[in-house]
Write a protein that binds this ligand. Structure first.
Ligand SMILES: Nc1ncnc2c1ncn2[C@@H]1O[C@H](COP(=O)(O)OP(=O)(O)OP(=O)(O)O)[C@@H](O)[C@H]1O
Length: 514
């Protein structure tokens, strides 16, 4: 656990030090759970967004994009169920006066047991070396089996209590597990209460005529209310999807874990409209497709797992999360939900307008069913960033900090260095940059020894460093150094575009999904 915490602290400080993520309004001591993406963060975020958009919209001829407004008619949120049911169970500690999400307190408790399992696995792996079989160990080691059973029992009970809105039992569970407030260390808890997560605001100038509005807590509803507009104008035939990326706002109670849980964040959502009765098939297809998208980035199969929901939201008939191994354990990164015809039917009911599709093959009208995939862009950012950050021991006994971002997502693709600040080397380096910058984000650096410049780019996640030396002036070749292997090779300047292009092209990476 201590190691995990250390790693997470490093992630946060590295994100700040290298211009990825800053606390919002830092000079005013910050705003809790709100963050700004800095010069490199904005690029990384843009690249992740584009990687998703390409895979979703550009590569599927039956999926189109949308960019709907953040403000929506307030009845939308009545229809969607958010006004009545978009709540979190919260609990206060009377001594520290701190507020927590009751379910998160319990989940944190189980995460500690999970950390014990990880420790046992690591110990056994060390003891048995090459002969270690992790799956067999997990299935047969009695202590680990007991831990796992305890986790399952706790989470099952929590799920059931939440599903039945039995907040007294959630409180009882916290008591029975002897969960203490991390700040005061006491068990002096209030009852568990429901708390609506939507931010309210007003539209209009005068107080009398102003209309109560909400900042959207998800982007999905903008897609539902435009379903028929898009279907008709795009002449879309079911099955088809509408994808959108945009901001969402939630007044989260447990606003910690850096950008994992924010009050203002970005979602990448796709709603896939289908014939009723085909939802199971499409749900499985989208689960598989989304996992392939994640794996195409090469961040390790072991870092992902599905978590099938036992407790279903009011709108769903099946739901699963893709969980990622963040520095604080496996947590939800993306949700895949089979939402039935709940949303469209509700909007029909509340708006009085038909939201039906005429199926030419079946010769009848129906309200389509929906399978949605919903991923947090900021969470994806954290997954990529935290997984990429490594302290690597080198053969010469030193260590280097390296951010092994998938090259396709790296903010800067190449840095160009003149070996010396004279003899025409800076001029040639600039010539190379002027050519490459049409295609890629490139960076010029002439300060300090080349070794130091390499280290800076390693920590920044730049996949290639190109060094211009005296030989370059003679034969138009340069040294290109690869971030991950630190290998260097001599290549022709005219080949740089192809070498870098191949390594960072979205096509090369997305092809791995097939
Ligand atoms: N407060 C938040 N900050 C950042 N990303 C978020 C936040 N809430 C949700 N997301 C992202 O949006 C995705 C879809 O939203 P969804 O409503 O399914 O999340 P959720 O199940 O409420 O998440 P959680 O259980 O972690 O609160 C999530 O998988 C997550 O990646």
């Amino acid at each position: 656990m201590a190691n995990q915490e250390d790693k997470f602290k490093k992630v946060i400080s590295h994100a700040k030090e290298y211009g990825y993520v800053f606390q919002s309004s830092e000079i005013y001591d910050g705003l809790s759970a709100v963050y700004d993406y800095a010069q490199n963060g904005a690029e990384l975020k843009k690249n992740i967004r584009e990687y998703w958009w390409k895979a979703m919209v550009q590569m599927n001829d039956n999926i189109v994009g949308l960019d709907s407004a953040i403000f929506m008619h307030p009845t939308v949120w009545k229809a969607s169920g958010h006004v009545d049911a978009f709540n979190d169970p919260l609990i206060d500690n009377k001594d520290s006066k701190k507020r927590y999400r009751a379910d998160v307190l319990v989940e944190d408790y189980t995460a500690k047991i999970e950390a014990k399992i990880d420790k046992e696995v690591a110990k056994a792996a060390k003891r048995f070396g090459d002969t270690f079989d992790k799956d067999q160990f997990l299935a047969t080691n009695q202590r680990v089996v007991d831990y796992q059973e305890k986790i399952n029992t706790i989470l099952k009970r929590l799920g059931k209590s939440l599903e039945n809105e039995d907040l007294v039992d959630v409180r009882n569970l916290i008591d029975e597990l002897d969960i203490v407030c991390p700040i005061s260390g006491s068990k002096n808890w209030t009852d568990v209460k429901q708390f609506n997560l939507m931010f309210g605001t007003k539209l209009g100038a005068s107080a009398d005529s102003a209309m109560d509005l909400y900042l959207r807590p998800e982007t999905a509803q903008g897609i539902f209310v435009n379903f028929l507009n898009v279907q008709k104008t795009g002449r879309m035939k079911i099955p088809f999807g509408i994808a959108q990326v945009g901001k969402a706002f939630r007044n989260e109670i447990v606003a910690r874990q850096f950008i994992f849980r924010q009050r203002e964040f970005e979602q990448m959502e796709m709603q896939f409209f289908i014939q009723p009765g085909t939802q199971q098939e499409w749900y499985e297809k989208w689960k598989e497709n989304r996992m392939k998208w994640h794996l195409s980035l090469g961040m390790g199969q072991d870092n992902y797992r599905f978590h099938d929901h036992e407790k279903l939201a009011h709108y769903a008939d099946a739901a699963a999360d893709i969980e990622f191994k963040f520095p604080f354990g496996f947590k939800e990164l993306e949700g895949i939900h089979s939402r039935t015809d709940f949303d469209l039917s509700q909007h029909e009911k509340f708006s009085g307008k038909k939201l039906q599709y005429f199926d030419n093959d079946l010769k009848k009208n129906y309200v389509p069913y929906v399978v949605e995939t919903s991923i947090g862009l900021d969470r994806m950012f954290l997954a990529v960033f935290s997984n990429s950050l490594e302290e690597e021991e080198l053969e010469n006994g030193t260590t280097r900090t390296v951010l092994k971002l998938p090259a396709v997502l790296a903010p800067t693709k190449a840095a160009v260095f003149p070996l010396l600040k004279k003899d025409g080397l800076p001029e040639l380096a600039h010539e190379i940059i002027d050519e490459l910058k049409w295609e890629f984000n490139v960076f010029y650096d002439e300060k300090d020894a080349v070794g130091k410049r390499y280290r800076r780019q390693d920590a920044n996640g730049t996949p290639f460093c190109i060094t211009v030396d005296h030989q370059s002036l003679e034969d138009k070749t340069v040294t290109i150094r690869h971030r991950d292997t630190m290998e260097q090779e001599r290549v022709a300047i005219e080949d740089l575009k192809t070498i870098i292009g191949k390594a960072v092209a979205m096509k090369e990476w997305l092809m791995k999904m097939q």
